[in-house]
Ligand binder design. Structure first.
Ligand code: FEO
Length: 172
């Protein structure tokens, strides 16, 4: 059993991960609308990855014999001025999520909840990757500027991203 304070904070993060998934799904739809199929595919993979993150919280809350409490998910934006504007928001959003994870770690440590701290360390490492991959795409988009050919090349590159579900990765 975990303290109510920790249970509430974990539920809040479960909601934040679901919001991330919803935000990236909205970005996938935006990229579809401007015919950038590779960008859309990348965003769909990211949407699924965020669902995996959310389910990690869902499972962990149950493992600790606590109660999952689902609340409303805020509506994401539906439109961006450019691919760069969308990816700048991804980068900003991931930095915000890193802050939320760090706050959770601080809470777990202050409540002497070692198991929760240990569980959260996976997310600490994951956020380094999340920020880095978003920043890399922002930098590429800044470099290509208005060059449509290079945008098309990047679209093809991002379209190669394949989502691997954790179950498939474990050979289940
Ligand atoms: Fe769940 Fe993109 O962090």
């Amino acid at each position: 059993m975990i303290k109510t304070k920790i249970q509430d904070a974990l539920n809040k993060q479960l909601n934040a991960e679901l919001y991330s998934s919803y935000l990236y799904l909205s970005m996938a739809a935006y990229f579809e609308s401007v015919n950038l199929k590779g960008f859309a595919k990348w965003m769909l993979a990211q949407t699924r990855e965020e669902l995996v993150h959310a389910m990690k919280f869902y499972d962990y809350i149950h493992e600790r014999a606590a109660r999952v409490n689902l609340t409303s998910i805020a509506a994401p934006s539906a439109q961006w001025d450019s691919p760069l504007a969308a990816f700048e928001q991804v980068y900003e959003h991931e930095q915000k999520v890193t802050g939320l994870i760090n706050d959770l770690v601080t809470l777990a440590v202050s409540e002497a909840d070692q198991a929760t701290n240990n569980f959260l360390q996976w997310f600490v490492a994951e956020q380094v990757e999340e920020e880095s991959s978003a920043d890399e795409i922002v930098q590429k988009l800044r470099l290509l500027g208005e060059d449509r050919n290079r945008l098309f090349t990047l679209d093809q590159e991002l379209g190669k991203r394949i989502f691997t579900s954790p179950a498939a990765a474990e050979g289940e």
